[in-house]
Design a protein around this ligand. Structure first.
Ligand code: HEM
Length: 505
């Protein structure tokens, strides 16, 4: 660990100098660009004051959009950042001109510090294209988005239900059982197996990812002023996260080595096997991106992107179930009428359970867990609506400006699943429904997430009635408002009453 601390200190100092140098360079070059308008900014601090003016990031974002329009410039510390709001501008930039805006900025995520800029989420250009194609094809072969994967998800759904059953109505936080459930679905795909619920390595891995994600997006000063991560000592807890991530990396590397030892070309069982097989085929010399050094960061990215997001969404769903018994009973009645209560809902039922799906979509819209998505960057210097934006500049798609737009939804502040149901009773998916974003760099795991959300949530409502703890009430103002980039609820407790036991009493 001492070595790690020393390495990180050296890295911090060099990166700190580099960032300061870049900031000066940016300051000089900014006059050559023609950036969209934005609030006045203070050198090095930028517009942090505006962004931190309310603990709910959505408030300053909406205020800035109103004042400066749908494309404006903000300074995150010294870094100029373009914010794109509203569906029209998002469609124009990320769909119609998606190829031009498919890179990531060089320092978009603190994750880069820990994976050396590899993986899938933070890479750009040819590496991104090749890796994304390989990941999608491989995961599709393992049933991503098709019913082949359903059995594995259902195994986890059953374990999740039995874990809740054993709680026997004791109040619990949904995040714990659901994180294990969806984390294990990724484990099936990546490692070809799952962890038992109290496996310490699994717990450590999830803890590492959670800390990293919260550091990257907890609305702290560091999120908006990345330069602060080079602050001496461990004021912002970065070294602590680096230690946790080292444990995760060691564990992932251990699993890779196990796979390398037992590799059998005729028996490709999971993502690691498929990657090793590709490693053996590739012969690109120095440009080879199918090496063990690339594999571990991809695995970590798949876990980070695929676990926390889905678990947070199910946790939000449990909040809306507990606070809206009217909606919960409508979902249950639909499941009872179409699926019954003997077997679990399956993917074949997905299209018939329209209200259940509409509920899930409304949870995704309201919870909007990635309010400013993940930052993009232009692949070359570009012009947008008369503005000149240089290659590599950070661009945030403001998803929240679309999912909460009164011109699109009428009453965006109300939780109303019916908005996704047509007069004829079929499911409506407006173009503006973009919780997974859109265009070429949209969420790679959307189909898996939609399968998981449906199978876990419908089974939960079929088997249990979700309520606040006895004698307590839950209110949105008590749970809403922890976020920078990620919108997770503050921890809250719920109770699950077995419907079967209730009927027998
Ligand atoms: C409710 C669940 C989820 C939500 C709301 C969500 C949302 C998003 C969003 C908004 C992005 C950023 C797109 C952009 O760059 O603009 C993203 C990227 C990504 N997501 Fe998801 N996601 C979810 C679940 C998953 C799952 C289950 C996986 C599983 C593998 C996954 C893997 C990824 C990856 C790898 C990326 C980066 C793609 C790239 O850079 O090319 N996500 N997701």
């Amino acid at each position: 660990m001492a070595l790690l601390d020393f390495g990180l200190d050296k890295l911090s100092t060099s990166l700190g100098l580099l960032v300061t140098f870049l900031a000066i360079l940016l300051f000089r070059r900014r006059n050559q660009w023609r950036l969209p308008p934005g609030p006045a900014w203070i050198p090095l601090v930028g517009n942090i004051r505006e962004l931190m003016s309310d603990p709910d990031l959505r408030i300053p974002l909406r205020r800035l959009q109103k004042k400066y329009g749908n494309i404006y410039t903000l300074y995150l510390g010294p870094i100029p950042t373009i914010v794109v709001c509203g569906y029209d501008a998002i469609r124009e930039i990320f769909i119609k001109r998606g190829i031009e805006f498919s890179d990531r900025p060089a320092a978009s995520l603190p994750v880069i510090l820990f994976n050396g800029g590899k993986g899938i989420t933070s890479v750009s250009g040819d590496i991104w294209k090749k890796q994304r194609k390989f990941i999608l094809v491989t995961l599709r072969n393992f049933g991503f988005g098709r019913s082949k994967l359903e059995d594995k998800i259902q195994t986890e759904v059953k374990l999740f239900l039995s874990q809740i059953e054993t709680l026997n109505q004791t109040p619990f936080k949904m995040m714990t059982p659901i994180q294990t459930g969806v984390g294990n679905v990724i484990s099936h795909l990546v490692f070809g197996g799952h962890f038992i619920h109290n496996d310490s390595r699994f717990i450590q891995m999830m803890d590492g990812f959670e800390s990293l994600l919260h550091y990257a997006s907890n609305g702290s000063l560091v999120t908006f002023m990345p330069i602060l991560r080079f602050f001496p000592g461990d004021f912002f807890g970065i070294k602590n996260i680096a230690k946790k991530m080292q444990v995760v990396k060691d564990f992932v590397n251990e699993l890779i080595e196990e796979h390398v030892k037992k590799f059998d070309e005729g028996n490709i069982e999971d993502f690691i096997d498929a990657f090793i097989s590709e490693m053996k085929k590739q012969n690109d010399g120095e440009n080879n991106i199918f090496t063990k050094e690339y594999l571990a960061p991809i695995i970590m990215d798949l876990f980070i992107a695929g676990t926390e997001t889905t678990s947070t969404t199910v946790t939000w769903a449990s909040f809306y179930l507990a606070t809206r018994p009217d909606i919960q009973s409508q979902i249950f009645e639909e499941i009872k009428a179409i699926v019954g209560i003997e077997r679990l809902p399956s993917l074949q039922d997905m299209h018939s359970l329209v209200y259940t799906e509409a509920f899930i979509m409304e949870v995704l819209r309201m919870s909007n867990i990635l309010i400013i998505s993940v930052s993009h960057a232009p692949v070359t210097d570009v012009w947008i609506r008369g503005y000149h934006i240089p290659k590599g500049m950070q661009i945030f798609p403001d998803i929240n400006s679309v999912l909460s737009d009164p011109a699109v939804w009428g009453d965006p502040q109300n939780f109303r699943p019916e908005r996704f149901v047509s007069g004829e009773g079929s499911l409506l998916t407006p173009d503006e429904f973009i919780p997974f974003f859109t265009g070429r760099r949209n969420c790679l795991g959307e189909s898996l997430a939609r399968m998981e959300l449906f199978l876990f949530i419908s089974a939960l409502v079929q088997r249990f009635e979700i309520m606040p703890p006895e004698g307590e009430t839950l209110d949105i103002k008590d749970v809403d408002g922890i976020f920078g980039g990620t919108h997770a609820p503050k921890p809250f407790y719920i109770r699950a009453i077995s419907r079967q036991a209730k009927e027998m009493n």
